[in-house]
Design a protein around this ligand. Structure first.
Ligand code: ADP
Ligand code: ZN
Length: 297
């Protein structure tokens, strides 16, 4: 069954056509400019792929947010109050449904990535999984007991507050809403603003990485204690820094201090906090999982 998937991000959108991660027939990357131009470029890609590969049976969208995921809401599928210029109240479902004539399912970008890694990647066979991205923003998607968590709106794990020792870290934070929430202190732009250079240019051994690992581990400690995930997958541009993941594991082990009684949190942390198996495709592969569900319902 041929399906379409979109991961819509604040700077770029990825789109694929295929049946699953082992069978991607077409793939594109579109810059996130205005909603009209971006959605038109994505629709053109899918129309073209339909011409070449045949009709799509469903489309899945994993999107940046905040997004209304309440099926009963008249604004279902709309981006809501994003500070991203021009994108507030953009409908991310209907334009695709109408232009392509397919059922469309939507979730957050990080829930989609969690779904992708759960069904096809680093967290197969588990019931409860956390996917955390550390990039331009920080966000978390969780599968708990086999279902993506939505709740009141959807989780905003990047905006949790972590202890901020201003004697050690003088930086005020970049979140426009909270200043020194996790995203405000530990996103890629926070690192760049604190150290005056892009995160990718900070050398291994720079104090930046020690501080970064500490903030991420503080947040993970909270997520382990609240969600009890069976595995944590950490993606996003900042996690591409070699050496960061081992630092995060070590700090997490120290913070947990042997309290959570599972080998995952004591002797087997290398298998507990892991990189995505699907690389940059976790989100689009998860969008294909959403598409399959849409096609079946
Ligand atoms: P987005 O969050 O927009 O989808 P990414 O996940 O690629 O994009 O994250 C972009 C951020 O990651 C930027 O702030 C960039 O500075 C940072 N980044 C990219 N590559 C690296 C790297 N190798 N090491 C550390 N930070 C990186
Ligand atoms: Zn915040």
């Amino acid at each position: 069954m041929l399906l379409g998937g979109i991961e819509a991000g604040g700077t770029k959108c990825l789109a694929v056509v295929g049946t699953g991660p082992g069978d991607i027939r077409a793939e594109t990357r579109v810059s996130t400019t205005t909603p009209a131009d971006t959605l038109a470029a994505l629709i053109a890609f899918f129309r073209d792929a339909q011409g070449t590969h045949g009709p799509l049976h469903g489309l899945g969208v994993g999107t940046f947010g905040p997004v209304d995921l309440d099926p009963a809401s008249p604004q279902h599928g709309h981006i809501t109050t994003t500070p991203k210029a021009g994108w507030a109240w953009t409908d991310m479902v209907r334009p695709f449904r109408e232009a392509l004539g397919v059922p469309v399912a939507i979730d957050t970008d990080v829930n989609a990535a969690a779904l992708g890694e759960w069904r096809h990647g680093a967290a197969q066979g588990l019931d409860s999984v956390l996917y955390l991205t550390v990039g331009t923003g920080i966000g978390g998607g969780a599968i708990v007991n086999g279902r993506p968590v939505h709740g009141l709106v959807h989780p905003e794990m990047g905006h949790v507050l972590v202890p901020h020792n201003r004697h050690v870290d003088h930086f005020a934070g970049v979140c426009p809403f909270h200043a020194n929430c996790l995203e405000g202190l530990a996103s890629g732009p926070a690192m760049e603003a604190r150290w005056g250079q892009p995160a990718e240019s900070l050398p291994a051994g720079h104090r930046a990485w020690e501080l970064e690992a500490q903030y991420l581990a503080l947040a993970l400690h909270g997520f382990v204690c609240t969600l009890s995930p069976q595995r944590i997958v950490m993606g996003g541009g900042v996690m591409a820094q070699p050496g960061l993941l081992p630092l995060v594991r070590a700090d997490l082990a120290e913070l947990l201090n042997g309290y959570v009684q599972s080998p995952a949190c004591t002797t087997q942390l290398d298998d507990y906090v892991v990189a995505p198996a699907l690389g940059h495709r976790s989100g689009v592969v998860g969008a294909l999982v959403l598409a399959r569900d849409a096609a079946r319902s």
